[in-house]
Design a binder for this molecule. Structure first.
Ligand code: SF4
Ligand code: SF4
Length: 473
């Protein structure tokens, strides 16, 4: 008979009843939360005067393929900036994680910010840890139903406002909000709000720390960015455990002196650091994958140590080397390397944004057919010119070509045109050249667009190729 015991593959979530805490890190987290929420919820309502375009400071206009960021207009072809921005964000993450561990998770991550808000709502409606445990254990009653129902309703309201605000970044906010509540908004707006309401409610209200522990890939690969100098939240085991381990405050282990004489450490095993932890772990067991470096256990332990009149810092930010009494340094070749690459990438992006070309010209050769022979013997090639005016004023342009002596450029009536502000235009250009049967191969030339009456805008040139018969293309 086999002794094997069947283990279920799924473990149900063990509820975490976090306790409130006061302290420097909690205050810092409230400050960051307040700032992040102010920016997220108020930004779509901020107006910004432009000569051309919407008056919303931040607007991602998908239909016009333009992103408005205050004074900057990002056009579809500038989206490589987004790639640059993502690269900078990744480098910043490597750089900060190498120095200070998972501070991004603990202070800035959306999951942390929204879970903090949801926990606050829960606490305001149902009370602190002990009251919530009691409420969960209590039999069904109207009071319990009311408290639970109010909590979930407020969570849903917070989730709905989060989803609704997100859609306001993609359309003119005052108009969209009216359309949304009068049933005239696009279907995508309703679908987005519904999706974000559901995901926010589930992630921040129900799943919480499980998102960090099981779903977030960052928790898994952070270990490769850590080293012995990285600042992490850690328990000072030597001080906390002493020679004879931790012990609650009891008659003969009351004062610091009594405890030290008997080799008892400073940890009074009160469990406060565990009770405040949003991921429900015990920092005294060492660094764990669930730890998001929020430092609330530092605040909790400092509160206890402060009330006893013992030195704070039993749980603190430290590095593995510091904890072992060895010298530890933040600025190592790897950190400096990340910092330098980050600086170069950020400077390159800033330069690229600051030197955005006011006018753009690109040429596409029409290849069906690549060339035609006209009745007068000349060869004709066709091109599509794409011009874009990124300034906030209309520009008069003249289209020209150079490099094919004697060639004729035909752009219909558009040889000179006015290109409105923030607009683009496609023009069909035909080039006719040569009458001799001997011309073969291809020739390079260039299209030019020359701004009129605008000395600040220089002439723009784009290379092109003229194809002749007699060669394999
Ligand atoms: S162990 Fe401390 S720092 Fe880590 S998640 Fe828990 S409370 Fe935050
Ligand atoms: S809060 Fe401090 S004293 Fe209390 S159990 Fe945690 S480490 Fe020990």
């Amino acid at each position: 008979m086999s002794d094997a015991v069947e283990q279920p593959l799924y473990q149900a979530r063990i509820p975490i009843y976090t306790r409130s805490v006061k302290g420097h890190f909690r205050n810092l987290k409230w400050g960051i939360l307040g700032l992040a929420y102010s920016v997220y919820f108020l930004l779509p309502w901020l107006r910004w005067e432009r000569n051309v375009g919407p008056d919303q400071a931040v607007l991602f206009d998908i239909s016009a393929r333009k992103f408005y960021l205050f004074g900057l207009v990002v056009h579809a072809q500038d989206l490589f900036w987004l790639a640059g921005l993502l690269m900078i964000a990744a480098l910043l993450l490597f750089f900060v994680t190498g120095i200070a561990g998972r501070v991004f998770c603990g202070y800035f991550c959306f999951q942390t910010l929204w879970t903090d808000l949801y926990m606050l709502i829960e606490r305001l409606v149902q009370g602190d840890r002990v009251a919530r445990i009691r409420l969960d254990k209590a039999p069904r009653s109207v009071g319990k139903l009311l408290r639970k129902g109010t909590t979930h309703l407020l969570w849903l309201l917070a989730a709905f406002l989060t989803g609704l605000t997100f859609t306001l970044y993609w359309e003119d906010a005052p108009r969209l909000i009216v359309e949304w509540f009068t049933g005239k908004a696009p279907f995508a707006a309703y679908a987005t709000v519904l999706f974000l309401t559901a995901t926010t409610y589930v992630m921040a209200g129900l799943a919480r720390e499980q998102v960090c522990t099981y779903m977030c890939p960052y928790a898994r690969f952070q270990a490769v960015m850590f080293d012995a100098d990285t600042r992490i939240v850690a328990y000072d085991a030597a001080r906390g455990e002493g020679r004879s381990g931790r012990h609650r405050v009891a008659r003969s282990f009351k004062t610091h002196e009594e405890r030290q004489q008997q080799g008892i450490g400073d940890c009074i095993d009160c469990g406060y650091c565990v009770q405040v932890c949003p991921t429900g772990i015990d920092i005294r067991n060492g660094l764990q994958v669930q730890c998001i470096s929020c430092a609330l256990c530092i605040d909790a332990c400092d509160t206890i140590m402060g009330s006893l009149g013992w030195g704070r810092g039993l749980v603190r930010y430290t590095s593995e080397k510091q904890a072992a009494g060895q010298p530890s340094r933040i600025w190592k070749p790897r950190t400096i390397g990340y910092g330098l690459v980050l600086l170069v990438a950020a400077s390159a992006l800033a330069w690229s944004v600051g030197n955005q070309a006011p006018l753009e010209l690109s040429v596409v050769q029409l290849r069906q057919p690549l060339f035609v022979r006209l009745s007068d013997g000349r060869i004709q090639n066709s091109y599509e010119l794409h011009m874009e005016n990124k300034t906030d004023q209309p520009v008069d342009l003249v289209i020209m070509m150079r490099g094919l002596a004697g060639a004729q450029l035909d752009v219909g009536k558009l040889a000179s045109l006015e290109l409105p502000a923030q607009r683009s235009l496609r023009v069909l250009a035909r080039v006719r050249w040569g009458s001799s049967q001997d011309l073969k191969g291809s020739r390079s030339f260039a299209f030019n667009i020359v701004p009129q009456r605008r000395t600040d805008l220089g002439m723009l040139s784009a290379p092109a190729t003229f194809y002749l018969p007699g060669a394999d293309y």
